[in-house]
Design a protein around this ligand. Structure first.
Ligand code: S3P
Length: 431
C-alpha cells in the first residue's frame, strides 16, 4: 500500500534553546518563565543538574517551567556526581558555568557521552583559570572541575562548535575582562540571542568570512522574562523529508525555528529541487520562526554540501544522505568530520545502514558521496548505535523501502523526540 504524509504538525520544541532556557535562566537574577519547553531525556538531564546546583525549577506542566535562578554566583556545591546522560550540550555548557563557581563538581554521562571529546572546551577553560581534570588528561568524562576566578581570553573556535562558543561565553560572563570567540563560520547563535534577551551587552562583528563574538565579564543577566521555545527544525526535518519522498504528500510544519544557523537542511532540500516554502514568517523570543509547507517532490537532483554550509545542517546530515539516495546524480558532503564525534560515529552509521539497504555510498574521512537514484531495500535490521538521529533518519528510509525496516533500539528517540513514532503515525496515510 503506498504511503504519504498529510495534514499539520507542530513537532516538539527546540532542544538547543530548551537547554539554554534552563542554563541561562539559572544565571539570571529573577524569575524566567519558559513556555513550550522540550521535555526529553537530554533536557531533563539539564533540568536535574541545575536543580542539583541549587536552582529552583518549578514544572507548571510538562512543557511549562518557571526557573528561579539567583544570579551568576548563586549555585551551591553539588553533593553528588552530576549526570548529563547522553547530552553533549548539557556537558559542555555546564563545564563553562562550573569553571567560574568556587566549588568542586564532577560531571559524567552515559557510555556514548563518556567517549566524546571534551578537551576542545576544557583547554580554553583552563586558560581562563579553571582547574579541570578527567580521563585522558581532561578529554573524557568523568571530569572534575574546581572553579574559581576567571579571566577573559581570545579564542579561535576552529571547528565552529556552538557548544564550545557557548561554554566560553557563559564562563566569560563571570570572568574579569573581555572574552572573545572567533569562528571561521557562524555556528548556532542561540546563546548570544538569549543573552541579549536577558539584556547582556554583547558584540557580534563579521571577521575573515566568519564572526567574532565579544562580551565583557561581570554582567548580570536580567530575569523576569518569558521565553517561548519554537518547534525544533532538527525534528521537523524528518517529516519534511518524508513529505518530499512520499508520492501525494502535503504537510504543514508549524512554528518551526528558521534561524539561519539552523535551517540549512531546508535550504539544501530547496536547492535539490524540493517543493518547500516558508509561510507566516515571524519572530519569537529573538528567534525567527515560520510554518513550513512541504510537498512531494519527484525531481530531486544531487547537490554538494560545502564545509562552510555544514554547521547550519550538522544534525540533519544523516537524513540528507537518506534523501540523496532518491536524487538524480551525485551528492557529495565534505568538511563534516565532526559527525564522527556525535552521539555515534554518524558517517560510519549512515554508510553501513544505507549500504545494507542497497544504496550506493562512498565513505570519506570527513563526509560521504551518495549516488542516486537507488531503490532502497527493506527487511533489514538498522543498527542505531543508540543514536536518536540515526534511528529517526532510518525510520524515514524505511518508509520509502520495499519492505519495513527494524531498528535495534527504537527507544533512543526519547533523547530529543519521545513521541516521534506517535506523531509519524498521525500524519502517515495509506492509499
Ligand atoms: C549544539 C551544537 C552542535 C549540535 C548539537 C547541539 C548546541 O554541536 O550538533 O546537537 O546546542 O549548541 P557542536 O557544538 O559540537 O557543533
Amino acid at each position: 500500500m503506498p504511503l504519504r504524509v498529510e495534514g499539520e504538525l507542530r513537532v516538539p520544541s527546540d532542544k538547543s534553546i530548551s537547554h539554554r532556557a534552563i542554563i541561562i535562566g539559572s544565571l539570571a537574577d529573577g524569575e524566567v518563565r519558559v513556555k513550550n519547553w522540550l521535555r526529553s531525556a537530554d533536557t531533563l538531564a539539564t533540568l536535574n543538574i541545575y536543580r542539583a546546583l541549587g536552582t529552583r525549577i518549578e514544572e507548571l506542566s510538562p512543557t511549562e517551567l518557571v526557573v528561579r535562578g539567583g544570579g551568576l554566583f548563586s549555585f551551591r556545591e553539588p553533593g553528588d556526581i552530576l549526570n548529563a546522560e547522553n547530552s553533549g550540550t548539557t556537558t559542555r555548557l555546564t563545564l563553562g558555568v562550573l569553571s567560574a563557581q568556587p566549588f568542586f563538581a564532577v560531571l559524567t554521562g552515559d557510555h556514548s557521552l563518556r567517549r566524546r571529546p571534551m578537551l576542545r572546551v576544557v583547554k580554553p577553560l583552563r586558560e581562563m583559570g579553571a582547574t579541570i581534570d578527567g580521563r585522558e588528561e581532561g578529554n573524557l568524562l568523568p571530569i572534575a572541575v574546581r572553579g574559581g576566578r576567571l579571566k577573559g581570553i581570545s579564542f579561535f573556535n576552529k571547528k565552529a562548535s556552538a557548544q564550545v562558543k557557548s561554554a566560553l561565553l557563559l564562563a566569560g560572563l563571570h570572568a574579569e575582562g573581555i572574552t572573545e570567540v572567533e569562528e571561521p563560520y557562524l555556528s548556532r547563535d542561540h546563546t548570544e540571542r538569549m543573552l541579549q534577551l536577558f539584556e547582556v551587552d554583547l558584540t557580534v562583528i563579521p571577521a575573515f568570512g566568519g564572526v567574532l563574538v565579544k562580551l565583557k565579564g561581570g554582567q548580570q543577566p536580567k530575569g523576569d522574562k518569558d521565553i517561548f521555545v519554537p518547534a525544533d527544525p532538527s525534528s521537523a526535518a524528518f517529516f519534511a523529508a518524508a513529505a518530499v519522498l512520499l508520492p501525494g504528500s502535503k504537510l504543514l510544519l508549524k512554528d518551526v525555528l528558521i534561524n539561519p544557523t539552523r535551517d540549512g537542511f531546508f535550504r539544501k532540500l530547496k536547492e535539490m529541487g524540493a517543493n518547500i516554502e516558508y509561510t507566516n514568517v515571524r519572530e519569537l523570543s529573538m528567534e525567527p520562526i515560520a510554518d513550513i509547507y512541504v510537498e512531494y517532490s519527484p525531481n530531486l537532483r544531487g547537490v554538494r554540501v560545502f564545509p562552510e554550509e555544514v554547521p547550519a545542517m550538522i544534525d540533519e546530515l544523516p537524513l540528507l544522505a537518506v534523501v540523496a539516495t532518491q536524487a538524480e546524480g551525485e551528492t557529495r558532503i565534505e568538511g563534516a568530520a565532526e559527525l564522527r564525534v556525535k552521539e555515534s560515529d554518524r558517517i560510519k552509521a549512515v554508510v553501513e545502514n544505507l549500504r545494507k539497504m542497497g544504496a550506493k555510498v562512498e565513505e570519506l574521512p570527513d563526509g560521504m558521496v551518495i549516488e542516486g537514484k537507488t531503490p532502497l531495500r527493506g527487511g533489514v535490521e538498522i543498527k542505531t548505535y543508540d543514536d536518536h538521529r540515526i534511528a529517526m533518519a532510518f525510520t524515514i528510509a524505511g518508509l520509502i523501502a520495499d519492505k519495513p525496516v527494524k531498528l535495534d533500539n527504537p527507544q533512543c528517540v526519547s533523547v530529543s523526540y519521545p513521541q516521534f513514532f506517535e506523531d509519524l503515525k498521525r500524519v502517515l496515510k495509506e492509499g
